[in-house]
Design a protein around this ligand. Structure first.
Ligand code: MG
Length: 344
């Protein structure tokens, strides 16, 4: 071990033991980095057993949780911290909710560099500020060296919905809308893992979608929403079709895909339809208002490439049909497993 390594400050078992060392780690790193820490009288700074939340309006509470184990921790376009905040914000947003507060639970491996922890916390802070969602309570645990790989982050989130939107509420005739280009996150991680990063400038699409989807909700009659994360657009569309017992028909030439994504997809033999997106949503809207929903999405930077890609039907119940330009038809199947492990 050389000097710089031996002197590097790292996470120790005592940092997760609930005593003074943990207090210092939280005080000096977590509390100093996060700025957006309250949603009620008792927030993160109080270090109480929980946080209180003053609900901003009447409505239905939506609760979600997600654990993040992405490998590598830092990748083009983001890192595990950004993912941990945006992933949970987006799950609330596609439920038709305005996110109100988040929790942050850090599980770290003994020896994890404090410098990396600080980078992750800074990313969480940036995404919390960007989305306007405070992190109000949290937890820290440390496992013995070798018992895990670096860091895992669980975030739970609470949101408030006037009318919750599920992922299977669509009706025959509804239009299917995609908020942007597909496959960026999965392919950005794959090219990085496979050492292909010199080939393209592709970055993950991770972004908080709450403001974008709020605009969409205000623009028209949305009947269902889902974020195509693990398993990609193929898994999300199939889940929507199966749950609703309706068919979804997609026009292949209307699905926007970056050239870099298609290129990597061909190189590694994984379909862009089957890899995760972290800044996109699939929306179904009543036929009459689908155009307005697309316009609403386009008025936000994250929805610039939004478009209608297909329609809901009653013929192919539980199936997703892909129609090609030359009139061909095939089933778009959900991937059997996750073609890209530890993607989020
Ligand atoms: Mg989801």
């Amino acid at each position: 071990m050389n000097n710089s390594e031996s002197e590097e400050e790292t996470v120790q078992l005592t940092h997760g033991a609930g005593g003074r060392a943990m207090g210092e780690l939280i005080e000096n790193h977590v509390l100093k980095t996060f700025t957006n820490k309250t949603a009620g009288e008792i927030g993160l700074d109080q270090l109480d057993d929980g946080a209180t939340i003053d609900l901003p309006a009447e409505g239905t509470l939506v609760l979600t949780t997600d654990s993040h184990v992405v490998n590598p921790l830092f990748f083009p376009g983001g890192d595990i911290g950004k993912l941990a905040v945006c992933g949970t914000v987006n799950d609330l947003a596609v439920m038709g909710a305005d996110p109100v507060a988040l929790t942050s639970s850090l599980v770290m491996e003994e020896g994890f560099p404090i410098s990396k922890l600080n980078r992750v916390l800074t990313s969480m802070e940036e995404s919390s500020t960007e989305s306007g969602v405070p992190i109000v309570t949290g937890d820290t645990k440390v496992l013995e060296k070798g018992d895990m790989d670096g860091i895992a982050i669980n975030t739970a989130g609470i949101g408030l919905a006037k009318e919750p939107i599920n992922d299977a509420g669509m009706n025959p005739g509804d239009k299917i809308i995609l908020t942007g280009k597909i496959g960026d996150h999965g392919m950005a991680i794959m090219q990085y893992r496979e050492g292909l990063s010199f080939r393209t400038e592709l970055k993950s699409d991770i972004a908080p979608l709450n403001e974008l989807l709020k605009r969409a909700r205000k623009s028209g009659n949305i009947t269902a929403m889902k974020d195509p994360t693990r398993g990609g657009v193929a898994a999300a569309l199939n889940e929507m079709a199966e749950k609703s017992d309706l068919g979804l028909t997609i026009q292949e030439e209307l699905v926007p895909i970056k050239e870099a994504v298609s290129g990597i997809a061909e190189l590694i033999g994984i379909s862009p339809y089957e890899v995760a997106n972290e800044g996109k949503a699939i929306i179904t809207a009543a036929k009459e208002s689908a155009r307005e929903v697309v316009e609403g999405l386009k008025s936000h930077p994250l929805g610039r490439d939004a478009r209608i890609i297909g329609e809901v039907n009653q013929e192919w119940t539980g199936k997703v049909i892909m129609e090609t330009e030359i009139g061909g038809r095939r089933f778009l199947e959900a991937p059997l497993g996750d073609p890209v492990p530890r993607i989020c």
